[in-house]
Design a protein around this ligand. Structure first.
Ligand code: UDP
Ligand code: MG
Length: 315
């Protein structure tokens, strides 16, 4: 009988320090799960260090190692998508190269799918140990906010580390949008997902590529991609201002009729103007966000561009 194939997709951006450590770990897991075939699919996301050279070497040494190297940095979302498209496995998993997603969980994840009949297994970290406090705070706020606004459930602390069946992956690939927000896409496609929980692990080597600002932009992307509630909020705010204005007009009209009209109150007027123009700009900004995303979608640019794969390396 043909062995089942597990594809392990690893997105790498400047991971020359962690890659060798990662490879050692994953090999151990592969040995442990000797009833399966493995495919290690590394996606080099335009690294500026020796990541690609390490991948070339690994692929020469180990036939199971495959790689895709991008022409520049396209971001982790693009890297994961490229990996999902190329992976041939019956089961497919996404992992980080920094060992923050413990490969040792894999056998357990596989069991959940195989024995308990789930279609995918996700992992979530229950602690945020080792992370700046402000970042954890904003992360929690973000999950609260987006879960209130969006029908798609986003799990707090969910990592991209997950094992999926072929069917789930096919569904994800069929979503061809340019602005990819994976956490939402995984949830959007549905299927039965079981969540495994574990304590946060710090990366083995190298540094995180996510600055606070990058995370903030990513959060906005998530909101814009999975809910239009902000647009409704803009509408309601406009409506509210309109109603308040009407009440004011009536009030001032009546007051002038009774008491006459001594010119006063310009400071309050100035405040009102600033307040209203503030709201206007804010709402315009919200609309702008959606428009910008629509604009990018309509261009239909490729999500990633491949410069080299392990096939080129064989020549
Ligand atoms: N990564 C990537 N492209 C990027 C940024 C990150 O492929 O533009 C990869 C990175 O190499 C790592 C994973 O995504 O394997 C997670 O990145 P990181 O560890 O910096 O994020 P964190 O774990 O701190 O959220
Ligand atoms: Mg990491």
């Amino acid at each position: 009988m043909k062995k089942e194939l597990i594809s392990i997709i690893v997105s790498c951006y400047n991971e020359e320090e962690s890659l060798p450590l990662f490879y050692d770990e994953i090999i151990k897991v592969a040995k442990q799960m000797n009833k399966m075939d493995f495919e290690f699919l590394f996606v080099n996301d335009g690294s500026k260090d020796k990541t690609l050279e390490i991948l070339r070497k690994l692929s020469k040494k180990d036939k199971r190692v495959k790689y895709i190297s991008f022409s520049r940095n396209f971001g982790k979302e693009a890297a994961m998508f490229a990996g999902l498209e190329k992976a041939k496995g019956d089961y497919i998993t996404l992992m980080d190269a920094d060992l923050q997603d413990p490969p040792a969980l894999l056998p357990q994840m596989y069991k959940v799918i195989k024995d308990e009949g789930y279609d995918s297994v996700g992992t979530r970290r229950v602690t945020r140990k080792g992370e700046p406090i402000i970042r954890s705070f904003f992360a929690r706020m973000f999950y609260k906010l987006i879960n209130k606004m969006s029908k798609i459930e986003m799990v707090d602390g969910a990592r991209d580390y997950r094992l999926m069946t072929r069917q789930v992956v096919n569904s994800i690939i069929s979503l061809q949008e340019y602005n990819r927000y994976s956490k939402g896409l995984f949830s959007f496609v549905g299927y039965n997902t079981k969540w495994l929980e574990y304590e946060n692990v710090e990366r083995v080597a190298g540094e995180t590529k996510w600055s606070f600002w990058k995370l903030f932009k990513y959060a906005i992307e998530g909101i814009v991609a999975f809910t239009t509630v902000p647009l409704t909020i803009a509408t309601i705010m406009g409506l509210l201002c309109f109603v308040i204005a009407i009440i004011f007009i009536i009030f001032i009209f009546v007051k002038t009729m009774i008491y006459g009209d001594p010119v006063s109150g310009w400071p309050s007027l100035a405040c009102i103007i600033i307040f209203c123009s503030g709201i206007q700009l804010f709402c315009l900004g919200i609309i702008g966000q959606y428009l910008a995303k629509t604009y990018l979608e309509t261009k239909k640019r490729p999500i990633y561009i491949v410069k080299e794969t392990e096939e080129d390396n064989k020549k």
